[in-house]
Ligand binder design. Structure first.
Ligand SMILES: Nc1nc2c(ncn2[C@@H]2O[C@H](COP(=O)(O)OP(=O)(O)OP(=O)(O)O)[C@@H](O)[C@H]2O)c(=O)[nH]1
Ligand SMILES: [Mg+2]
Length: 400
């Protein structure tokens, strides 16, 4: 969770809440450490297909990348904390090409290691195509030397068995590779993209979520938020992280609200909620715009322009919270503060999940129907029974 800073606090009181949230979102994105992944494997192994199906921006398709050595290219897009080092068109025939590639990888790994965490390679995916059936001698020889190198620089290597539409073939290849006792983090079979054999016969993609879980386990802690943000293959990882953010924010709001807050000072809750929305946006890695945020606010806490939670909106909202009761003397309690914050966070997660799954368009959120949908979700979250820290008592809520 990232704090929103003093300048933002001032801006919030005088300016537009949506603008403050946008600034907080930019701040979260700017503060993400860049994740660097190296993808290796022979030409046609499926590296580009894998990259395009794992990450939420089409890095491999945006131009030819920047050559960092003769055969290694670096792909990145602006304002997206990911760099991919790819070896397009690689052939491993002959002594020379293996030696020169080892020299090149060594150069990239050592340069990165010298420049600190944001420049070092955090994980390597070595792709072997399952339909090729075997681990050729030249490849086995290369990978052994390459693993020695990677291990020297403490970079974890995952062997990815690409195009594994035949799980039987994948198992056989895996068994063959395992015999070599390689020092790899894991071997994972997957199919990055559906295979359409016929109009009616489609083999569904699988395994990308597992790959992301494995990567999450082997990269440094400081890169895990970035991984969750830049990938699109494991939405449950995003949801888990976002839920943790909401739980933390609700608990903080409960602590803030422990001394009941007068209605007119309901803004005291807002910094926590702004940080929460910004952090959740960061986890989803969805490029939201001010109009999206404005729509979200007006459909939930009724914030428009500079007015933060007018008295009437607050009392209407409080009526929906179980156990909030009638509010005496214009104060809200700790548990109500927590419930409000949690409901807002959960509603936002529900919307972001819909957008991530392609069930809802960002533009749709700004429409009247979109806002009505958000308001509906928010109301249903508000009416949940919760404990004093804002956690739903009934745990079925977040499972789908
Ligand atoms: N349907 C499907 N096709 C795949 C998959 N992986 C690779 N392919 C196909 O296999 C071919 C080669 O895949 P690429 O991703 O271009 O391979 P690459 O490793 O990037 O190859 P180079 O860039 O030449 O080194 C393409 O025609 C892909 O469409 C997959 O998971 N599903
Ligand atoms: Mg490629």
């Amino acid at each position: 969770m990232v704090g929103i800073g003093m300048e933002n606090m001032v801006g919030m009181q005088t300016g537009n809440v949506a603008e403050t949230i946008m600034a907080a979102i930019k701040n979260v994105q700017k503060n993400m450490t860049k994740l660097n992944i190296m993808v290796m494997g022979k030409t046609g192994a499926g590296k580009s297909t894998l990259i395009n199906n794992v990450f939420s921006r089409n890095l491999a398709q945006t131009g030819i990348g920047k050559p960092v050595t003769q055969s290694i290219r670096k792909y990145e897009v602006e304002d997206f904390p990911l760099a991919i080092y790819d070896t397009p068109g690689l052939e491993l025939g002959g002594e020379n090409s293996i030696e020169s590639l080892l020299k090149e990888t060594n150069e990239v790994l050592s340069k990165g290691a010298m420049r600190g965490i944001s420049e070092s390679i955090h994980c390597i995916w070595y792709c072997v195509s399952t339909p090729s059936h075997r681990f050729e001698e030249a490849e086995a020889e290369f990978i052994k030397k390459f693993l020695d190198e990677a291990n020297t620089f403490c970079v974890p290597v995952i062997i990815v068995l690409t195009q594994s539409y035949s799980k039987k073939d994948a198992r056989a290849l895996m068994a063959e590779i395992e015999k070599e006792n390689l020092k790899v983090a894991q071997i994972v079979p997957l199919l990055a993209q559906d295979v359409e054999l016929d109009d009616e016969y489609v083999i569904k993609a699988y395994g990308l979520d597992t790959l992301i879980d494995i990567v999450n386990n082997v990269i440094p802690e400081a890169l895990r938020d970035t991984l969750a943000a830049v990938q699109k293959a494991n939405l449950n990882m995003k949801r888990r992280k976002a839920n943790a953010i909401v739980a933390a924010s609700a608990a903080t709001a409960a602590a803030t609200g422990a001394i009941p807050i007068p209605f007119t000072d309901a803004a005291v809750l807002v910094p926590e909620q702004i940080a929460m929305i910004a952090s959740i946006t960061g986890v989803f890695g969805i490029p939201v715009e001010k109009a999206t945020v404005t729509a979200l606010l007006s459909a939930t806490i009724g914030t428009v322009g500079t007015t933060i939670m007018g008295k009437s909106v607050v009392s209407a909202m409080l009526k929906m919270i179980p156990g909030a009761g009638s509010v005496v003397g214009g104060v809200i309690s700790a548990s109500v503060a927590a419930a409000l914050t949690a409901a807002l966070g959960e509603a936002y997660i529900a919307i972001m999940m819909k957008v991530a799954k392609g069930e809802m368009d960002l533009k749709e959120i700004e429409s009247d129907e979109g806002k009505a949908k958000i308001a509906e979700i928010f109301k249903s979250k508000l009416s949940l029974k919760r404990n004093s820290k804002g956690k739903p008592v009934d745990e079925e809520t977040e499972q789908e």
